[in-house]
Each structure stands twice: as C-alpha cells, then as structure tokens.
Design a protein around this ligand. Sequence first.
Ligand code: M6R
Length: 614
Amino acid sequence: MCGIVGYIGTQEAYPILIKGLKRLEYRGYDSAGVALLNHSNELNVYKAKGKVADLEYSVASKDTSGTIGIAHTRWATHGEPNDANAHPHYSQSSNLALIHNGIIENYMVIKQELLRNEYEFKSSTDTEVLVHFIEYIKETNNVDLCRAVQIAMGEVVGAYAIAILDKNNPDQIIAARKSSPLVIGIGEDEFFLASDATPIIEYTDKVIYIKDEEIAVINRGCPIKILNMTDIEQTPEIKTLEMNLSQLEKGGYPHFMIKEINEQPQTIVDCIRGRVSVEAMDVILSGVLDHKDKFLNAKRIIIVACGTSWHAALIGEHLIEDLCRIPVEVEYASEFRYRNPVLNKEDIVIAISQSGETADTLAAVELAKASGAFIYGICNVVGSSIARATDAGSYIHVGPEIGVASTKAFTGQVTVLSMLALTIAKERKTIEKELYVSLINELAAIPEKMKKVLEKNEIIKDLSKIFTYAHNFIYLGRGYNYPAALEGALKLKEISYIHAEGYPAAEMKHGPIALIDTEMPVVAIATTDRIYEKTISNIQEIKARKGRVIALVTEGDDVVCNIADYCIEVPKTLEYFAPLISAIPLQLLAYYIAVNKGCNVDQPRNLAKSVTVE
Ligand code: M6R
C-alpha cells in the first residue's frame, strides 16, 4: 500500500528519498513520485507510473537538488495508476506539494465546494482535493500551514498519513496522521519521515511514532514539535528501533519470499526464546500472565484478522478450544467491524496482524475497545498501530517480512497462538500434565523439523515444473490442517495467479467434487492425526474421479503414497502443530510455480503488503 518518505537536513534529499522508496517497494505500489525544494526555493515535482526505477529514469536530466523533499509510492484507490494520479500533488498555486497514504471518504463533497470556487483538478484523486482544500483554508482563514492542516483534518472523513512542503517555507515539513502509519527518524541535524521504519533504519535508530490525530511540525535545525488537532503541544516519545539493516536485505536469495521461507527454523527459535523452556518444562507468555484474571474469567474469545492472519486465527480457534475449553469465534475483521457484533466485558478479542497496520483489523480493535472487551494483539511490527491500540499482546518476533506473501509471519502467529493456548490451559487447569509436557517438547522440536522439511526443496521444485501451467488447484485438509489448506491455496493464487481453493476434505462431496477431472491437481494434506483414515477416504474419492493428487504425508506413510500421484513426506509432529510443518512445502510449491511462470514473486500484481485502506 502507499509508502511515504521525507527528508529535511544537511544532505542532498533526492538519493535518500529514492533509497527510502525502494525500501518501501515491498508494500506494493503502481506509481511513484518526489517533490524537492531546490536551493533557489523552486518546488519541483516529478512523477511516473510504474516502478521507482521508472521515476529515476524519467528524472535523469532534471534538477533533483535540494536538502528537503518528500516522496511517495502510490497504490491506486481513486483513479487509475498513471503519471497524473501519482503523488505528490501540487496545490492550485503550486506553492504546496502533498503526499498521502489513505482515503479521504468525503472528497467528493469537498471537491464540489472547491469547484464552486473555481479550483481546477489535474487528477482523479482524493489527494489532490486534499491539497487544494488545505490551501483554500490557509488563504480564506489567513492562517499558517500547520493551522490550515488542523482545520482541514477536522473536516475530512477517512484515513490519512500526509506530508506537505511549502515553497514559501523552505525549512519546514508538516506531517499528520489518522489511522495510517507515520514514523519520524531523528538524526544529527536531520529528520527522516516514513510509513514504517525500514527507510529510516540505516540513518538512525531513534524514532517517534506519530499518534492518531497528531501533527508533526519539522523545522530544519530545531527540535520537532508535535501538536494535536486543537493545537495543544504533545510530548514526543522517542523509541529505539531494534531491527538492523541486514534483516532488510535478500542475503543471497533471489527473492525475499524464499529467504523468508528458509528463515523459519530460526524465526521460530526467536519466537519461542525466553518463552518456552524445556528445562523448566514451562511456557511463559508474559502478555497473558500479566492479565491472568482476564483469561481465567473469559467467557468467550473472538479472534479478528484478515488474509493469512485469519488462517492463523482458525488454527488458534482449534488450539484454544482443544486445550483451554473456552469458546472461540474467528471473524474477518472487515465483516466484524460493520456487523454490530454482540460483545461483553468478559469477552477477550484477539487481533492478529503481521503489519499491525491493516485498516480493517485496526477498526475492529477500536470497535471492540468501545464495548469494554479486553483486547490482545498478536503483531510482528513493533510499535505498529494495532500493537499500540491493544490492551496487551505478544509480538511474534520473526523480523521484518518484506515479501508480500506472508510466510514466516504465519508460522510465527501460529507459534504465539500455541504458546498462548498452553499458558491459558495451564492457568485454567484444563490440560493434563502429560500432554502439557509433550506439547512443550514438541514445540521446542519444531525448528529442527522445519529444517528437515526445507531439505525437500529440490523435490518440490521438480514437482512445481509438472504443475506450472495448471489453471486451477484444490487444496484439501481436515482439522488443524484445514486452515493450512486455505493458506496453501492463498499462497498459490496470490503469487502465481493460478485459481486455487482450499476446502475441508470432507466438504468436497457437497459440490466441489464436480470439478475433479484429469486436469485438476488436488493438494491433499494427509499427515497422521485423529482423522487420518477419513482423509484417506477423501483422497480415494478424488482418485476414483481421475483427479491428480499431490499428497503431503508423514514420513514413511506408504498407504497414502500408493494412492496419490505424487508424495511429499514431512517429519511426524503432534497434530496441534501440524500446520507449522505443512505450511512450508505449500509455501515452496507456490513459490516455485510462480518463479517458473516468471511472476513478480515479492510484489504480486494488485497486492499490497500493508493494507492500510479498507
Ligand atoms: O499485516 P496483516 O497480517 O494484518 O495482513 C493481513 C493480510 O493482508 C495478509 O495476510 C495478506 O493476505 C497476505 N498477502 C497473505 O500472504
């Protein structure tokens, strides 16, 4: 989704801005642009449809000088991706240039008013309406830019993170946010501005996360000033970033996705470090233990999430109901927020989000908060909006996930949900000691088992060649592996553009079995568990209709391997943790099929890493 970068200081801004935009490419975008105030106080705006490299090419012979600038990658919402709709947008007088991440919902009403006042528009965007509106307020109220932004923000409805340059004030950037993320990095006599910390980390580890409805006034050579919408000065909270630059590089892999798939044995170690102890035979998830009473008294847990995080939530439902005997409901955040749900004070709402910025999940959190429910966050990005909006939570600690397709975040989320279920189950005394001990041992063994799965890389790569040109896929699983099937199908469709559907295996005969023929590959997750025998029957049903079956089985399972057309063997684990193992071959299969097809694996078409608009 849109990315914002800004710089003010003593260095040339352009190279810093371009590098920053490249660091944000993973968020997904379709055009890019930059605004620079040069040493003669000319405000130059350059924009181009396509990649940041296209922007660089188009400005090669232009004036890119200046020590203050803002830049943007746009993910189209209002108006098609083209040069005109790309940001920054000039105001009517061309004195202001503005970049924006988010949506201004009432832009049509504002546009009508501006049209009546003879404003002219060069784009179809809500962003151009916003910059004209701010200038209109500035002129008609005779106020400075900061005050004009405050007044405008009181009138616009929607989500935004914005940054503005003013030709008549060449030593200042004004930035503001509501619901869309904005981080300011503090260097020596310089400030960096970005949608997340990735463009900032190589310059400074000191950052301020701008809060909702705050305005940052960044003046060259002065301390930063943060104001709220009613002009009351706020004390900035300076945080220290924990990530490092090497975590943002590909480390010799051709794509971030394959790097992140291969990182999983280590990311699970990082996720359970200090939380799972085989010596003490205990799990200590402090976010839960600090709020023990809430979990002991919980009548119901509702988990809200989107996409892959929603699949992790379905596994969480199994784990919590199985081990803690608390009823769990899993909701798409986008549906939950608009359906007037019944919520009580004894409910716990768990929000799962890798980015911590997903607009629908954040809105679901706000809605649940208003009902008085206790809100627990499971996020990856430290200091993200959801992490800050929740009452308590646990980070998954898997490091920055750059590939748009979520991989290591999924297994990290499932691992945190496993630790959460074990911690609650122990406190509520709903788990037998023997099972508790064996689950702790097994969780600690997962990273080594993941390494064994990754050794199947070449087998899966070869298999991918057979199916590269399939048009449809079905993924089947049952119990804990049903969400794993959904996740496998999502991975394939989002990066290879092959239509894929996940189904509970037994549901096949209620309709989808009509699709089965020799052209339909079926990925069946058939590792040993409580309903293994039933899954075998489901595979037989597919074979009887000449479907081509790729089976994921537990090592040494000749029964399924004799029925299926192709087999991928994975190490045995307890069914509670089956998705942690099953996910990896499915990620690899999707990855290699997409690579074979020549797809842009890390930045699939139309997708954004961080979906900050609804
Ligand atoms: O950052 P979040 O976990 O809140 O993101 C949710 C979804 O947008 C995300 O999982 C999406 O489905 C990914 N593209 C899946 O690979």
